[in-house]
Design a protein around this ligand. Structure first.
Ligand code: FES
Length: 178
């Protein structure tokens, strides 16, 4: 019979943010958003977008704040933050590079593109998850399909969408991030 190992806690990717405080004007704005819905829970994503826009990421304290505002258990908010890739559970760089690794892009050179970006920025090309440069300027990560499969490889830099990114184009894009 194999040895039964003690259960280990599931690691929480949420960061601590002890000084988390929502400005009163934003809190009032979010209360008005909640009031527009018959069910407060329906405002969950709206609140998370607003909190991320304010703080740059969503911390444990932010999850608890949103949950309390909506009268929900924090787990209901935590699962949204960890499910949707548009939410960040940790701070990201000024320029957030999301490189698609799904099939069309993988065949079209996204792994070479990821390697080029990581190498150029001093990051580890073997890591697929988000990595941020020491100066906090760039975050690079692989993501799943960005819905531009016909123009692989596809990369987003913040909200800008780049298709058919050749190595030369990648250098130009990185060079344009000042
Ligand atoms: S596979 Fe890359 S955008 Fe769809």
């Amino acid at each position: 019979m194999s040895e039964i190992r003690p259960l280990e806690p599931i690691p929480s990717p949420l960061r601590e943010q002890p000084d988390f405080a929502v400005p009163p004007a934003l809190a009032a704005e979010l209360d008005a958003v909640i009031a527009r819905y018959p069910q407060a829970r329906s405002a969950s994503l709206m609140l998370l977008h607003a909190i991320q826009e304010q703080f740059g990421y969503i911390s444990r304290q932010a999850v608890e704040w949103v949950a309390a505002r909506l009268g929900l258990p924090p787990l209901n908010i935590y699962e949204l933050v960890t499910f949707y890739p548009m939410f960040h559970a940790a701070p990201v760089g000024k320029y957030h590079l999301k490189i698609c690794r799904t099939l069309s892009c993988a065949l079209g050179g996204s792994h070479q593109l990821h390697e080029l970006c990581c190498t150029r920025l001093g990051l580890d090309p073997r890591q697929h998850g988000p990595q941020t440069t020491k100066d906090g300027k760039f975050t690079v990560e692989f993501v799943e399909c960005l819905a531009g499969c016909g123009a692989a490889p596809v990369m987003m830099v913040n909200d800008a969408f780049h298709e058919g990114v050749t190595p030369r184009r990648a250098e130009e894009i990185l060079g344009g991030c000042s």
